[in-house]
Design a protein around this ligand. Structure first.
Ligand SMILES: CC(C)(COP(=O)(O)OP(=O)(O)OC[C@H]1O[C@@H](n2cnc3c(N)ncnc32)[C@H](O)[C@@H]1OP(=O)(O)O)[C@@H](O)C(=O)NCCC(=O)NCCS
Length: 160
């Protein structure tokens, strides 16, 4: 963990942040695993109803983002990414907690996500109360064509 944590600032994002989103995505996701989205997938997703984007910066520098969606009382964390240079300083946790808070404010009662089996992000999800509920075989396809299983996680949200 870095000894200089910096101040993590969160803000609501929109289409003007897509340049930062794509830069963070390119830095954060290892192309071996095929987990990152293309820029056009992000543009398309942002246009859907119920989507919200949260941007994180540290000392004024763009550090990470989260993309989530709510449909009625059902919520999904679609993407969570933090640049390599800003990891293990609490940015991912701050983003995830913000998604949980915002989902609750939108009336979501259960939040789910899927993640590549073996992704270290699972430690973060477990720590924030998500529990594994399923597996999807060969869900991700990496750049070499190799396939990787996904695991699905769920967390109940209590109304405040
Ligand atoms: C997963 C990710 C968002 C975590 O971001 P982060 O800012 O480093 O997370 P935090 O600093 O808030 O970590 C909080 C806790 O989660 C766990 N954790 C986070 N990254 C971890 C890792 N690589 N290995 C093990 N535990 C990890 C630890 O318990 C950590 O607490 P600690 O630092 O006190 O030990 C970041 O590693 C990332 O962008 N990964 C690539 C993209 C990705 O795979 N996203 C998830 C699928 S969409």
């Amino acid at each position: 963990m870095s000894s200089v944590r910096g101040i993590v600032a969160l803000s609501a994002g929109d289409a003007t942040d897509l340049g930062d989103v794509n830069a963070i995505m390119a830095d954060a996701f290892d192309p071996r695993y095929g987990e990152a989205w293309t820029p056009s997938q992000c543009v398309g997703m942002l246009a859907l109803s119920g989507i919200w984007l949260t941007m994180a910066s540290v000392d004024g520098q763009s550090a990470g983002f989260a993309l989530a969606r709510s449909i009625m009382d059902d919520g999904e964390l679609l993407l969570l990414a933090v640049r390599n240079d800003f990891r293990r300083r609490g940015v991912g946790s701050a983003l995830l907690r913000s998604v949980i808070r915002e989902a609750g404010a939108r009336g979501v009662t259960g939040l789910h996500l899927e993640v590549r089996k073996g992704n270290p992000a699972i430690d973060l999800y477990r720590r924030e109360g998500f529990r594994k509920v399923g597996e999807r075989a060969s869900y991700y396809r990496g750049i070499t064509g190799q396939q990787y299983d996904a695991q699905t996680f769920h967390r109940m949200l209590t109304k405040e």
